[in-house]
Structure formats: C-alpha cells, structure tokens
Design a protein around this ligand. Structure first.
Ligand code: NAD
Length: 512
C-alpha cells in the first residue's frame, strides 16, 4: 500500500509542476504582436483550451477579431521593410541562433507540447528536434537564395531575381503544433518574408513560446506574429488584402475553403492536407521490421498523423504470422500520462474527437470488420487522469475496400488490415483513394521497391520504414492531399517569387 501511495505521490509531483508551468504561462495573453503578448482588442468570442491528459481547462482564450488581425498584418508589413533588406547571411545567423536557443530549451518546449497536445513526451522532444533541424537547414540555405544572369545580344543582359513574397500567413492544425509553426516560419523568414501565424484553437501554447524565442535571439519585432482564434480568425487572415501568401495545414474540407478564399485575392497558397495512406507488406519483407513499421505508421501521436499508413495491405502467405505479432506488440503499448517518461501513447485531442474515433470503430464492426484488439475507451490508474481522453490502439481485420474506415481519414489509433495476392492488385487497391499524401512498402526486393515507389500515387513513399521526415526530403501530397512542398529546398520556391529584369546596353530598335 505504501509503495502504491509513493507512486501516486510521484505522479502528483510531476503533474503539479507541469500544471503550474502551464497556468503561469496563461497569466499573459496569447496573441503575440510586435514583439509582445497582447490582449485581443475585439474578440468575437472565447474558446476553452483543455489539457487532453486530464480534460481540465487550461485557459479561456479570446478569439481574435478583424481588428486584431489588421494589427498583426500591419505590424508584419512594417517589419517586412527592414527584414527583407537584410542579407540572407544575416537572416540565417538569426535563425541559427534560434535553433541553438531552442535546443537549450527543448525540454521546456516538449513538456508544454505534451500538456497542450496530449502526445507522449518522447514524441514532443522529437518534434522539437525537427523544428531545430528546419531552423538550421533554412539558416544554411538563406545566403544561397540567389538569382540568375542571362547574357543577351550586343552586351545586353537579363537578371532573374528571387524576391520574398511579403506578409505570409501560416495556419496550423492541432496534431503537430510547434512543428508546423517551425516548418512554416523557418523557410518563410529565411526568404525575407514576415509571418502572421494562427495555431489551432486546441493547441495555442508552443507557437507563442516560439514567437518569444525568436524575439529573445534578436529577430526583430513584427517578423513573426501570432493571433489566436478559430476558423473565423483564420478567414480574417486568408481574406486580408495585406496578406500575400497563405501556407495552410489542416483537413481537406478546410483546405478547399482556404483555397477558395485565396482565389478571391489571387494569393499564393500552399495546402498540406489529410491522407488515407497505404502500407504494403510483402512476403519477402523482414517480419520484425514490418511489424514495427506498421505500428510507426499508425500509433504516433495517438494516430492523429496526416500521413499515417492506416490501410495496411499484407500478402496472404504471411498474414497470420504478421497479425499475431502485430496484435501482441500493440496490446503491450503503455497508454497514460503524456508528460511521463515511459508512456508510449497519450490522450487524443478532445472528448468529441475521441467519440468520433470510437464511432468509426463501431461503424466498422457494423459493416462487418473484426476488432482484433483495442478500440475502446481507456482510463489510466492515476486518478488525476480520470477526466482525460484515452483510448486503446485498435486493429481491425476483415476490412473491405468499400467500408467507411477504408475510405475516410479517421485521425485516431485505428489500423485497418487488408489481404492481397499479387503486386498488381496491391498497387491498384492502394491507389484507389482520393488522397495521395504518403505510402509505404516493406520488401527486400530492391527492384520491386523501385517499381512500386514509381507506381504509388503519393507525395512521399517510405521503403522499409514509415513516418520519418528528415529535413531536405520535400513533404507534401498528391491528389486531394495538397499542393506544395514543405521541409526542403523546394519550399524556398514557395516563399519567393521571381522577377526578371532586362538591361538594354544598346539603342532601342523600333519600327515606328
Ligand atoms: P482543420 O482543417 O479543422 O483546422 C486547421 C486549421 O484551420 C485550424 O487552425 C483552424 O482553426 C483553421 N480553420 C478552420 N476553418 C478555417 C477557415 N475557413 N479558414 C481559415 N482557417 C480555418 O484541421 P485540424 O482538425 O486542426 O487538423 C487535422 C487535419 O490536418 C487532418 O485532416 C490532418 O490530416 C491534417 N494535417 C495535414 C498535415 C500535412 O502536412 N499534410 C499535417 C498535419 C495535419
């Protein structure tokens, strides 16, 4: 009994620290404009931010109105005048400093991300690592953003300049809050743009921390502003005449609205949207790696990952062995407090979302699928977590291609199993989707890997692994999964525009 009490006491201590840090953060407002945290002056309404791990209210946040958005855009416009005039080397140095500072404060950021998002601490640490990578990468590229020279007749010549776009807007989802803010701001700022960022209303914290960190390392005020709010605030941004580009990450339905709003102002737009990615496991694959790969493809961030390989196609001859190993490992996953080391899966983002995911499982059962494990609500032992949004990771078998769980993005820890007999069949069924974000193949046949990476209709294909996104490999979707690429050199082209300048060295040759 004494031992159990001690264990609970320890848990309480960690929770208390985490809760204290979070509540002191909310003492100041969460909009960040012109280098300081400011109250929304004309909020349209407020929304409640909850901690997914406990279900408790973290804060009530005003949703920014038109006037707040005007101020943030105006501040970014003003900052653009001098930020865009720095050399790439100078901007790169500041981004490099931000990377170093973020590494120093990695643990603090990771804890807050786990509080805000519900994902386990080890994943939050990893997410921060990817932001550091992005800052270092784009800091390095900044001085090399140059143009071209074109020699012409009689000594005349042209130059092609690569110029920043101006004020860019970033709009983020709730599954990778700080990673998305980093992935969008690092290239935007490296190119000489300024940015106004709206995080998801579910996860407002770490973007503000990033904005404060940018100021701390000397990035001028106004270069990166943050406005909080729901979709309405997002629309104030996408429709704003002072905005030159929108980089959006979120669902397909919202992406369509964002694109339509951008069309009204002919704004540049990048869309990183949802997915329903296939993972193909062939009989010649390394079995242990294939099982681990399927778990990596489905259970990171409680399954709330856009590129997850939720449709797992397994070659018939190895299906039984694969499924047995997969189910056994999945049942061993430790679910619980995201802020504790050792937790493998945390809490899904909200009560409503948990219900939505559980309903997908119920619907699959009604359509004839078989639950091999999980798919149920879960309550951790720690009483402090009793109000949190936990569920067990689910594996569905006997799923058919026409079922709802095979077609729609569930965005939760639900893996669907399919069986195939031939490579041609596997590819055809894998490509039968309106999405095209990612795909995976486990095989030891090099020629097959090459063949399939060409045939799969996806912006990102993993061979013998899944869900790793090293900076430098462009990330983005085919089909309805989006337009544009992030996290790579290609992103530079999406945060700049070319300007051609013709220099005449002779006389004007004119027939008039
Ligand atoms: P969502 O589309 O509901 O919201 C995304 C963001 O858009 C939020 O900040 C929201 O407030 C804002 N928004 C809502 N309506 C808007 C409007 N009309 N105009 C402007 N902004 C508006 O998505 P979500 O539920 O936050 O995130 C989950 C989705 O994001 C999933 O579909 C997932 O696949 C996708 N996602 C994609 C990627 C990628 O890189 N492709 C990465 C992460 C998440």
């Amino acid at each position: 009994m004494l031992r159990i009490n001690h264990r609970l006491l320890n848990m309480a201590c960690v929770r208390e620290q985490v809760t204290r840090a979070a509540s002191s953060f909310f003492e100041k407002p969460l909009n960040f404009v012109d280098g300081v945290r400011v109250d929304a002056s004309q909020p349209t309404h407020s929304f409640v931010v909850e901690e997914p791990a406990t279900g408790k209210q973290l804060c009530k946040c005003p949703s920014s109105g038109q006037e707040d958005v005007n101020k943030a855009v105006q501040s970014a416009r003003e900052a653009f005048k001098s930020w865009s005039q720095l050399s790439g080397l100078e901007r790169g140095r500041l981004l490099q400093k931000a990377a170093l500072k973020l590494r120093e404060r990695q643990e603090e950021f990771a804890r807050m991300e786990s509080v805000d998002q519900g994902k386990p601490l080890w994943e939050s640490r990893f997410d921060i690592e990817t932001v550091i990578d992005g800052l270092e990468y784009f800091a390095g590229l900044a001085p090399s953003i140059t143009g071209d020279h074109l020699p012409l007749q009689g000594g005349s010549f042209g130059i092609v300049k690569r110029e920043p776009l101006g004020v860019c807007v970033g709009i983020g989802p709730w599954n990778y809050p700080v990673q998305m803010a980093g992935w969008k701001s690092a290239p935007a700022l490296a190119c000489g743009n300024t940015m106004v960022y709206k995080p998801s209303q579910f996860t407002p914290i770490t973007t503000v921390m990033l904005a404060e960190l940018y100021i701390e390392v000397g990035i001028p005020k106004g270069v990166f502003n943050v406005v909080q709010g729901k979709g309405e605030t997002g629309r104030f941004l996408t429709c704003h005449p002072g905005v030159d580009k929108v980089s959006f990450t979120g669902s397909v339905p919202t992406g369509k609205k964002v694109m339509a709003d951008c069309a009204l102002g002919i704004k540049h737009v990048t869309l990183e949207l949802g997915g329903k990615s296939p993972l193909l496991i062939f009989a010649d694959a390394d079995m242990e790696n294939a099982v681990k790969g399927a778990m990596m493809a489905n259970f990171l961030t409680q399954g709330e990952v856009c590129c997850n390989g939720t449709r797992v196609f397994v070659e018939r001859s190895i299906k039984d062995e694969f499924v047995e190993k997969l189910v056994s490992k999945t049942k061993g996953m430790k679910i619980g407090d995201p802020t504790k080391d050792g937790t493998m899966m945390g809490a899904v983002i909200s009560k409503e979302h948990k219900e939505k995911v559980l309903n997908y499982v119920q619907g699959a059962k009604e359509q004839g699928a078989k639950v091999l494990c999980g798919g149920e609500s879960f309550t951790p032992d720690d009483p402090a977590l009793s109000g949190g949004y936990y569920m067990t990771p689910c594996i569905l078998d006997q799923v058919e291609d026409h079922m709802t769980v095979a077609k729609e993005e569930i965005f939760g820890p639900v893996l669907s199993l399919f069986t195939f007999d031939t490579e041609e069949e596997a590819v055809r069924r894998a490509n039968d989707s309106e999405f095209g974000l990612a795909a995976g193949v486990f095989t030891n046949d090099l020629k097959r890997a090459h063949r399939l990476s060409a045939q799969l209709e996806a912006g990102y294909v993993w061979v013998n692994n899944f869900n790793l996104n090293p900076v430098g490999l462009p990330f983005g979707g085919f089909k309805q999964s989006g337009i544009g690429r992030e996290n790579a050199a290609a992103t530079i082209t999406q945060f700049t525009q070319q300007k051609s300048v013709y220099f005449e060295m002779g006389d004007v040759d004119c027939p008039y």
